[in-house]
Design a protein around this ligand. Structure first.
Ligand code: HEC
Length: 148
């Protein structure tokens, strides 16, 4: 009976897998990111920038940028939609494994209208192993945007 039950649970998890990843990405985002970035990713004046908008057409098209922010953090002055932020976006590498971070990233990409950009588990693992720091993420961002 236990075996039958767990087989059934596995099959169900397979069918619902992608829907579950989507909703857990949303749940994680709303619990851990929205306090600063808001549920719709529109940001909070003076606290945290919007995760949507014209600059994401460029930043979001680079598949590495969003995972880099999540794994390495981001610090230093940035300009978003004409507003300056010089806060500190913490790294979430210690808090979550790649599966949870990937679910959050796909949820954010959905908000940004870039749902087809994604990363393989190997890409997450490689990026996690690579060196990086909050100021280096900022340099990557400036390079991508060609900004000051
Ligand atoms: C304590 C507030 C806070 C929380 C919580 C937070 N962020 Fe941030 N986030 C920031 C700040 C501040 C910045 C801008 C950092 C800077 O000024 O260099 C930022 C920047 C970012 C950026 C880069 C934006 C850009 O234009 O380059 C992304 C992506 C991001 N956050 C995603 C997330 C996600 C996803 C979560 C949840 C896992 C999250 N943040 C949680 C404060 C926060």
């Amino acid at each position: 009976m236990m075996l039958v039950r767990s087989l059934f649970a596995c099959a169900l998890a397979g069918i619902l897998g992608s829907a579950y990843a989507q909703s857990s990405g949303q749940a994680l985002f709303e619990a851990h990111c929205a306090p600063c970035h808001q549920n719709d990713g529109s940001g909070t004046v003076g606290l945290a920038p919007a995760l949507t908008g014209a600059h994401w057409a460029v930043l979001g098209a680079n598949p590495k940028y969003l995972p880099t922010v999540l794994l390495k953090g981001l610090a230093g002055r940035i300009e978003v939609n004409g507003q300056n932020f010089s806060g500190n976006m913490p790294s979430f590498a210690a808090q979550w494994d790649d599966t949870n971070l990937a679910a959050i990233a796909q949820y954010v990409r959905g908000l940004q209208g870039n749902p087809t950009v994604s990363n393989t588990p190997q890409e997450w693992a490689d990026l996690r192993q690579s060196t990086g720091s909050p100021p280096q993420t900022r340099l990557m961002r400036l390079g991508l945007l060609g900004a000051k």
